[in-house]
Write a protein of this length. Structure first.
Length: 295
């Protein structure tokens, strides 16, 4: 049995055409219409240049129906399991429930709230580019949707994850401030291993973070709150106290529900602890944390 392909690389074929390389185990591998759609959306992003209007795909009824289904499933899960800050951001952003929003529309709603802008990317962006852009209040987002045969889950960062997960977060000033601190940390971090350490802390916080509210764990991570299954199941994970040094060293598998999560004691604790870590992280801190872990 072959290993699952986690992300679909975007390449140019010998004729110069954009080709999103789907693995044989991808649900869209044998669907020519879906493959053509993925290629066209990737080509839009690759053809975009800074300063130009963000391309606006003509989403199909299949796309919009998938978006409606995910929104319908996630809304009650969010009310039960999401933290107040995320819910406040979600209300502030006011994303449409009936259709896929354009990235320009997300930007128009985010800028008055926290100043963040959404720009297109064809596929998985390099870590340094993706995280580093946060310092300029920029979030690089894909524009494709998961295959309609699996509407409630995908390990790929599709527009459901990018917008339902991250944009709702970014509409809250506290979370938006943490993103900017991450971007600034990237500017101080030059080693690849240090950058990967930073990315793991981001994974266990902004992607899969938990906070205690009213005596129970609530999710704030985009990876949890953009996934119906993950939102319903995260309380079954082993939840450890928030510890940035530990978060930077724990391995994770994106193809299954996360078995280990880290929780802050409160929203204030979350903002203070993560803010302190992200605002001081650099190569020297990474070296210090690594030495301490080996003792």
């Amino acid at each position: 049995m072959s290993e699952p392909q986690l992300y679909a690389p975007v390449r140019l074929d010998t004729g110069g055409q954009v080709d999103v390389v789907l693995g044989e185990n991808h649900p869209g591998f044998s669907d020519p219409a879906y493959r053509a759609r993925r290629n066209a959306l990737a080509a839009l992003a690759l053809g975009w240049r800074p300063g130009q209007p963000v391309p606006e795909p003509a989403y199909t009824e299949v796309d919009n129906a998938l978006w409606r289904q995910v929104a319908r499933e996630l809304d009650p899960l969010h009310l039960r399991h999401a933290c107040r800050a995320y819910l406040e951001g979600k209300e502030e952003l006011g994303l449409p429930r009936e259709r896929v929003p354009q990235l320009s529309e997300v930007t128009d709603r985010l800028v008055p709230a926290t100043g963040f802008t959404y720009l297109p990317v064809a596929g998985l962006a390099p870590l340094r580019d993706f995280y580093g852009a946060f310092a300029s209040s920029v979030f690089y987002s894909t524009q494709y949707l998961r295959h309609p045969s699996m509407p409630l889950y995908t390990p790929e960062p599709d527009i459901v994850h990018e917008v339902v997960g991250h944009a709702n977060q970014l509409a809250h000033p506290g979370f938006a401030g943490l993103y900017r601190l991450v971007g600034e940390a990237v500017g101080r971090t030059h080693g690849d291993e240090a950058l990967r350490f930073l990315s793991r802390v981001f994974w266990f916080s902004m992607e899969f973070g938990v906070v205690e509210e009213d005596g129970e764990p609530k999710a704030y991570g985009a990876g949890i709150l953009s996934s119906c299954g993950e939102t319903a199941a995260f309380r079954s994970a082993e939840v450890r106290p928030l510890d940035c040094a530990a978060m930077g060293t724990v391995a994770y598998d994106i193809t299954r529900y996360q078995p280990v999560l880290f929780a802050a004691r409160s929203m204030g604790h979350l903002l203070d602890a993560l803010g302190s870590f992200f605002s001081t992280f650099d190569d020297e801190m990474y070296a210090l944390l690594t030495r301490e872990a080996l003792r």
